[in-house]
Design a protein around this ligand. Sequence first.
Ligand SMILES: *Cc1c(COP(=O)(O)O)cnc(C)c1O
Length: 381
Amino acid sequence: MASDSAHTAPHAPLDPPARLLLGPGPSSVHPRILSAMAAPLVGHLDPYYMQVMAETQAMLRPIFATANALTLTVPGTGTAAMEAAIANVLEPRDNILVCAKGFFGQRMADVARRHMISVQVLERPWGQVFTADEIAAALARTPVKVVAIVHAETSTGVLQPLEDIARVVHDSGALLLVDAVTSLGGLPVDVDRIGIDVCYSCSQKCLGSPPGLGPISLSPRAVDSLRRRQTPVSPFYLDLGLLAGYWGPEHAYHHTAPISSAFAFHEALRLVHEEGLAERYSRHVRVAQLLCDGLTAMGLELFVSPEVRLPTLTTVRVPPGVDEPMLRRRLLEEYNIEIGAGFGELKGKIWRIGLMGHSCRTENVLLLLAALEHLLSDRPA
Ligand SMILES: *Cc1c(COP(=O)(O)O)cnc(C)c1O
C-alpha cells in the first residue's frame, strides 16, 4: 500500500465547474449557504449547536405550516426521511396503501416492503393525479393504518392536490403520509390545515441547501402511533423517538450530527424567511410560468396539463428527431447547465427542468431558453 501511494502523484485540488443546476435536484446553492458550511466546527453537544438546532426547528415549522412539536431533520437525504417516515409509523405486518403515479411513489412501496409492512399499491399512469374518490373506494375495500402519497412527483412534474384526499383518509381512520421532497420551500405544503400526519422533505431541492438532511414533521396522532408501537423501529439510525431525544431538552446522544450541513441548512432557512414565504411561493410560480411560456413559444410540448402542473419542476417532451442524451451533454459542456432526463417509462421522452430555490430566477430561465434554442436549431435535418 505504502509503495503504491509513493508512486501516485497527489491529486489536483478540487475545482468543480460552476454549473447552473436546473435539474430535479440538487439546486444551485446561494453563496451565503456555502460560506456557512465553512464556519468553524463545534461539537454536536455544544450549547452553540443546541441553539442552532432549536432555531432550525423554529424556522422549519412555519415552512411546514405546522405547530407539530416533533419537527426536526434526519441525517441523510430525502430517501432517509422517506424511510424514517415509513419505518416509524408502521410496524411489520401493519398495512399501508401507497398511491403511486410515478417513480417516487413506487419507491415508497419498495421501502415499506423491506420493513415487512404489508403493502397495497394503487396505481395511476405516470403524469396523472389521484382523486379522493378512488382512494376512498380503495379504503372501503381494505382499511389501512397509513395512506402514502407524493405531493410533487419529480419523475413526472405533477402536483397532487391533497385536501380532499386528507379528508377521506382521516374519515377511514388512517394517517396521511406525504412526500413533500420537491414542494417544501417552493410551494405551500400546509401540514396543519390539510391534516398531513407525516410529512418529509430534503435539504437540496426547494430549500436550496446541499444534500444531506431530511426535514420531517409528525402530527400528534402520528406521535401517538409511535408511542403505541409493540416493536422497536428497525433502522436504529432513523428512530424518531431517539432522534427526538437528541433534539429535545435532554439532548441525549444518538449520533454525531452532520454539523456543517446543519449550519448550511440553518442559513438556507434564514434565506427562506428573509424572502418571506408568500413571496417565495409566488416567485416559483412566476418563474416557472416564464419557462413554460418560453418552451411553448419554441414549439415544444409540455408533458403535464396546466391544472396539475408543478411549478418547481417542469417536464417537456423531447421533440422527434432530437438526440436526447447528446443535447443534455452539450448543454452541460457548452453552457454549464444541468437539466434532468426522463426515467422509468419516460426515459428518452421528456426533459425535467427544475426551478427550485436559488436556481429559480428569471435570468436562469432566459439563459436556458437561449441555450436550448441554439442546440435544437443545430440538430441534423
Ligand atoms: C428527490 C426525491 C426523493 C429522494 O430524495 P433524495 O434526496 O434523492 O434521497 C424522494 N421523493 C421525491 C418526490 C423526490 O423528488
